[in-house]
Design a protein around this ligand. Structure first.
Ligand SMILES: [Zn+2]
Length: 243
């Protein structure tokens, strides 16, 4: 049977396409054509603010954040088998072994389809290769902050053991000294926020994780963002990078 333009279900008699009768599978509105990056790896030393930036992307664009740090702290707090093992490494400021992290991640990754942000994973070239075998990374965002600035930021952090709120003695102090504004619990300095542990973590980061910057650069996936400035200033740059 011969088909004429006018017979097509999404054209009118003159052959002009009309918005009403375009099949939805064909019609793609202009704004969504510039697709957002769906798998984002966040890179940056401890204290660079990448966690905060990741959270902002989640609440604005619906990404699911898979944070190794959060998953580990949760496991440690709940004293699960993996959590207990992980704690011995974390207390020493050393990296937690791959199989342990991957064990924790597996469940979460299965539940998150679509847009994910990986924060704290991969941390090594070995992990990056393992990840690359399982999913395509669209972009690696690297937040760049100098060591001296990081030490200042981290050692002044105080955390709430009950609600996980985080304060900074200079930039974001609690209203009452040492007491959580939100729930009234006594604040504490996390073991991994002391200067000795910070130096150790920075050394580990430079050794094991910095090579990832080169790794994703070589794959043309890297975007480096200056991580000094207000949270909103940095966020504007992050948003530009993922669109
Ligand atoms: Zn609290």
């Amino acid at each position: 049977m011969k088909a004429y333009i006018g017979d097509s279900p999404w054209t009118d008699a003159s052959g002009m396409r009309t918005a009403e009768c375009r099949p939805s599978t064909v019609y793609i509105p202009e704004p969504t054509r510039r697709t957002m990056k769906s798998t984002i790896v966040l890179l940056g030393p401890p204290g660079s603010g990448k966690g905060t930036q990741g959270e902002k992307l989640c609440s604005e664009f619906g990404y699911v954040k898979l944070s190794t740090g959060d998953m580990l702290r949760e496991a440690v707090k709940n004293q699960t088998e993996l959590g207990k093992k992980a704690k011995t490494y974390m207390d020493a400021g050393a990296l937690v072994p791959n199989d342990l992290i991957i064990g924790l991640m597996k469940e979460k990754m299965a539940a998150a389809n679509g847009k994910v942000i990986l924060d704290g994973f991969p941390r090594t070239l070995e992990q990056a290769d393992a990840l690359g075998e399982q999913m395509d990374v669209d972009i690696a965002l690297n937040l760049d902050v100098a060591d001296e600035e990081l030490i200042k930021r981290i050692t002044m952090r105080r955390s709430c053991p009950s609600c996980n709120a985080v304060y900074h003695l200079v930039h974001n102090p609690p209203k009452k000294d040492g007491i959580c504004d939100k729930c009234g619990s006594e604040l504490y300095q996390r073991d991994d926020d002391t200067e000795a542990t910070v130096l150790n973590r920075l050394r580990t980061y430079r050794e094991k994780t910095m090579p990832l910057v080169g790794y994703y650069y070589a794959k043309k996936k890297l975007v480096t963002i200056d991580g000094v400035g207000s949270i909103d200033e940095i966020y504007e740059k992050v948003k530009k990078a993922i669109q």
